[in-house]
Design a binder for this molecule. Structure first.
Ligand code: SAH
Length: 288
């Protein structure tokens, strides 16, 4: 070993034992509720759905019931991704977007299909990054949509290089003060930030039993609503839209709870939303 040689730059990934455990979770994750739904059209999402389901999928011919339920849950999770993209735009084809905590990459492909622009996605799960890059190839957009094994708190991307950044259900894995500082650095002035997230409701108090169950299930740390606005304001991100999607996501959970795709966390989500301790929010903000 030549000690005087400068080590090659390795983009930072996991920076703590906690982040190692999050990466291990997502590297091992193979839930049918994530894989079967993505197989419908090749857009793999790891987030929840919104909108009124067609409840008839739970009835009718038994031999097609599971397939119809899969398609319906996928339609609802796709509607969520489209709503997020609505709040990013308009983004010109020569624009550039960052998908922070990108999962298997479905959201990046949705944004590229809508805007035609370059999209970079980052995840600390190597399995997800490899999977997502394969999907970009299958969709024929690997020259525009690229996935990277990087930590969203320290991506190594150039300052001011993005027109838009989003977190779709990935903010609960990090401290918002660090996340929003990194986003403010990477966004150009006037750029747009969007998140869809579950947060606990300050008016309830501290996290309820159901919120704590969700934290334990996913190894995450759901933030209170207040922390979002405090840390956005502290990091030059000024909210332009705030939408409470709680009522819109409850039917997704009710359908999922009655389906063959249950993972065991459905009751906690329904309890948390219904007892008022948990909210599903979209927040869009401008970088000033
Ligand atoms: N946004 C995706 C996936 C949400 S699941 C979707 O909508 O489908 C949460 C994601 O956050 C996982 O991909 C996980 O690997 C990622 N994540 C968690 N902590 C991270 C970190 N510090 N840096 C980058 N990605 C992280």
């Amino acid at each position: 070993m030549i000690l005087s040689e400068k080590p090659a730059f390795v983009p930072s990934q996991s920076t703590s034992p906690y982040q190692d455990s999050v990466a291990a979770y997502w590297n091992a994750e193979r839930n049918p509720v994530n894989l079967r739904l993505g197989e419908v059209d090749g857009f793999y999402h790891h987030h929840y759905g919104i909108g009124e389901p067609d409840w008839s999928v739970l009835e009718g011919p038994e031999d097609t019931r599971e397939e119809r339920t899969v398609r319906e849950l996928h339609r609802l999770e796709s509607a969520q991704a489209q709503l997020l993209a609505d709040h990013l735009g308009p983004i010109p084809a020569e624009g550039r977007l960052l998908d922070a905590g990108c999962g298997r990459g479905g959201g990046s492909l949705v944004a590229n299909a809508r805007f035609g622009c370059q999209v970079d996605g980052v995840s600390i799960s190597s399995h997800q990054v490899e999977f997502a890059n394969r999907q970009a190839e299958k969709h024929g957009v690997a020259d525009r949509v690229r996935f990277h094994l990087r930590n969203m708190l320290d991506t190594g991307f150039e300052s001011g290089s993005f027109d838009g950044i989003w977190n779709n259900e990935s903010t609960m894995y990090v401290e918002l003060s660090q996340l929003f500082a990194e986003h403010a650095r990477q966004l150009r002035r006037g750029g747009r930030y969007v998140t869809i997230t579950g947060c606990y409701n300050d008016t309830y108090g501290l996290p309820s039993r159901a919120v704590s169950e969700i934290n334990a299930h996913y190894i995450c740390d759901i933030h209170p609503r207040s922390t979002y606005f405090r840390e956005l304001a502290a990091n030059r991100l000024v909210p332009v839209s705030v939408i409470d999607l709680t009522a819109a996501t409850v039917p997704y959970w009710e359908l999922r709870a009655k389906s063959h795709l249950v993972t065991g966390i459905e009751r906690s989500f329904l309890d948390a939303y219904k007892d008022g301790s948990f909210q599903y929010l979209l927040i869009a903000a401008d970088r000033v």
